[in-house]
Design a binder for this molecule. Structure first.
Ligand SMILES: C[S@@+](CC[C@H](N)C(=O)[O-])C[C@H]1O[C@@H](n2cnc3c(N)ncnc32)[C@H](O)[C@@H]1O
Length: 289
């Protein structure tokens, strides 16, 4: 966790491409960015992608990987000698979603007695509670845990494991948390320890559902997958086999405009929608079979 970024990449993007571009920038094995984010320029309303790197990113490589997206020119500038991961975390304020109160170690602890606190202090994985997809999943988890007896669960694409940790705090579930990105899983392990739920969550580095561990742990009473619309559609059959009869599925990472195609893929697998949670331009779906 002590990689110091020395370079900042900024470029204009379409807001609807933000999550896909963030994932593309993260999905690299050499010169992986130490953080990836997006922001809106309050004056112009334009959206920008931003990534911090230890080594200077290669413009030709970026150009090739982002070829499918409309974007502005790349600005690559050296950073002064500051711990930017720490710095960006310092600016994060606590977030509430359902009963959950997501905070970082530097925040003043202003949780109410009825809040379920989630301490998320790591900066190199997706999942601080500030994204509409994460908040939507936390709200869905809060809701389901009040009415269902969830004994086993899978957090697919766990990032910081914020969703697995949240579920562990409001249920008795034993949880498998997996991510394609080994750094995300390292971060997840820290977050799980920080929240003292390590006896309840097992982590795994895996691409999609292609690992024998899923069959060993599953089928699950609840599967949560906050990844993008395209992988959600591609993984529909694999995910479906790991949801127990009568079990639930929380899907997020899809735009409101992608609901119909994602839903159709899961209705084909015998699921029906029981709730949808729109947040910003994102949609979280809660399904049952
Ligand atoms: C949008 S983030 C969600 C993180 C966290 N679950 C949350 O809700 O904030 C998506 C995560 O899925 C992971 N991911 C993307 N494709 C994946 C795949 N095929 N298999 C497993 N994980 C994947 C990414 O590395 C990333 O950490």
């Amino acid at each position: 966790m002590d990689i110091k970024p020395n370079w900042k990449l900024t470029f204009k993007i379409d807001q609807s491409d933000l999550m896909a571009i963030m994932e593309l920038l993260e999905a690299t094995f050499d010169n992986e960015p130490t953080s990836v984010s997006g922001f809106e320029d309050a004056d112009t309303g334009n959206w920008y992608g931003e990534a911090l790197y230890a080594a200077r990113p290669d413009e030709a490589d970026l150009e090739q990987r982002l070829a499918d997206f409309q974007h502005g020119p790349f600005t690559i500038e050296p950073l002064p000698n500051i711990d930017w991961v720490e710095k960006s975390l310092e600016n994060l304020q606590p977030v509430r979603a359902g009963r959950f109160y997501v905070y970082a170690a530097h925040n003043d602890m202003t949780a109410r007695p009825e809040d379920v606190p989630l301490l998320i202090g790591a900066g190199q994985a997706f999942g601080t509670g500030h994204h509409g997809t994460t908040s939507g999943c936390l709200m869905a988890i809060d809701d389901l845990a009040k009415t269902r007896d969830i004994k086993t669960a899978l957090d697919l694409g766990c990032g910081t494991a914020i969703l697995a940790v949240g579920l562990a705090k409001v249920s008795e579930a034993k949880i498998l948390a997996s991510d394609i990105d080994p750094i995300a899983v390292e971060v997840a392990d820290e977050v799980i320890k920080d929240n003292n739920v390590q006896s309840r969550i097992t982590t795994l580095v895996a691409d999609g559902m292609d690992d024998p561990a899923f069959a060993r742990f599953g089928p699950f009473d609840l599967v949560i997958a906050n990844i993008l619309a395209r992988p959600l559609i591609e993984l529909a059959a694999d995910i479906a086999t790991q949801v127990a009869a009568g079990g639930n599925l929380i899907l997020s990472g899809l735009l409101a405009t992608q609901v119909d195609e994602v839903l159709a893929a899961y209705e084909n697998q015998g699921f029906r929608e029981i709730r949808r949670i729109p947040l910003e331009e994102w949609m979280t779906l809660v399904l049952e079979r």
